[in-house]
Design a protein around this ligand. Structure first.
Ligand code: RET
Length: 241
C-alpha cells in the first residue's frame, strides 16, 4: 500500500502550516528582550522540527513497508504490507518532550519533575515506534506499555502541574489550563489514531495523513500560539526562569 497524491497534499499543507508558525514565532520574539524568549525558543523548535518531518512525509520519505497482521478484506495474509512512517516518531521523540517542557515550565515545576515526565514520555514514544514496526500481536503489548506511560504523563500535567500553576497566580493558571486542556484532549486521540493505522491497519494511509495531520496541527501550532499569547504579559522571572 503506497501513499497517493491526496496523502502527500495533506502532508505538504501541514508542512506549510508548521513553517509559517515557526516564522511567526521567530518574528514575534524580537518584540521581547533576549532574557524573556524562553517559550519562543522552545515552541519555535517544536514547529521547526515538525515542518522537517512533514517535508519528508510530503516527499514520500521516512517510511518503511511493514507486513500487516490483518487486512479487512482478507484476514489471513502474508506479504501484504503497509507504509509505516517512522519519521513521525523521530519528530515526536524531539517535540513531545519540548511540549511537556513548555507546559511544566509554565507551572514552575522543579527540573527533576520535568525530567521524570520526559522520561515517561520517551517510554510512550519508543514503545509506539517498536509496536508499529512489529507485525504480530505482540505490537499490542508495546502499545499497552505506551498507554500506561501516557497516563503517568497525564497525571503530572493534570495534578502535579496544575497545583503548582494555581499557586503562581490567576494569569499563570489561565494559560496553564488552556494549554493543558488542549494537550490532554488531543494527546488522548493519538493512541486511537495509532490503533486504526499502525496497529490495526483499519484505515488507509491517506486517511492516516488526515487524522494525524489534524492532531499535529492542534498539538503544535494551536497549542504554541495559545502558549505564547498567554505568556505575553507574564515575566519568566515569576516562574523562576
Ligand atoms: C503512541 C502509541 C503507543 C501508545 C501511545 C501513543 C501516544 C502518542 C502520543 C503522541 C503525541 C504526539 C504529539 C505530537 C506533536 O505534534 C505512541 C501513538 C499512548 C500521545 C503531541
Amino acid at each position: 500500500i503506497n501513499i497517493t497524491t491526496h496523502g502527500s497534499d495533506v502532508y505538504w499543507a501541514v508542512c506549510a502550516l508548521m513553517t509559517f508558525t515557526t516564522l511567526g514565532i521567530v518574528g514575534s520574539m524580537f518584540k521581547k528582550p533576549r532574557t524573556d524568549r524562553i517559550f519562543h525558543y522552545i515552541t519555535a523548535s517544536i514547529t521547526l522540527v515538525a515542518s522537517v518531518a512533514y517535508f519528508s512525509m510530503g516527499s514520500n520519505l521516512g517510511w518503511t513497508p511493514i507486513d500487516v497482521e490483518f487486512v479487512r478484506s482478507n484476514p489471513v495474509v502474508a506479504g501484504i504490507n503497509r507504509e509505516i512512517f517512522y519519521v513521525r516518531y523521530i519528530d515526536w521523540f524531539i517535540t513531545t518532550p519540548l511540549l511537556i517542557t513548555d507546559l511544566l515550565l509554565t507551572a514552575g515545576l522543579p527540573w527533576p519533575t520535568i525530567l521524570w515526565t520526559i522520561l515517561l514520555d520517551w517510554v510512550m514514544i519508543v514503545t509506539g515506534l517498536v509496536g508499529a514496526l512489529v507485525r504480530t500481536r505482540y505490537k499490542w503489548g508495546f502499545f499497552t506499555f505506551g498507554c500506561v506511560a501516557m497516563f503517568a504523563v497525564f497525571w503530572n500535567i493534570a495534578w502535579v502541574g496544575r497545583k503548582h500553576a494555581r499557586a503562581l497566580g490567576g494569569d499563570v493558571y489561565k494559560v496553564y489550563m488552556t494549554c493543558g486542556v488542549i494537550t490532554l484532549t488531543i494527546w488522548m486521540l493519538y493512541p486511537i489514531a495509532w490503533g486504526v493505522c499502525e496497529g490495526g491497519n483499519l484505515i488507509s494511509p491517506d486517511s492516516e495523513a488526515v487524522f494525524y495531520g489534524i492532531l499535529d496541527a492542534i498539538a503544535k501550532p494551536v497549542f504554541g500560539v495559545a502558549l505564547i499569547a498567554g505568556h505575553w504579559n507574564i515575566a519568566p522571572a515569576r516562574l523562576g526562569l
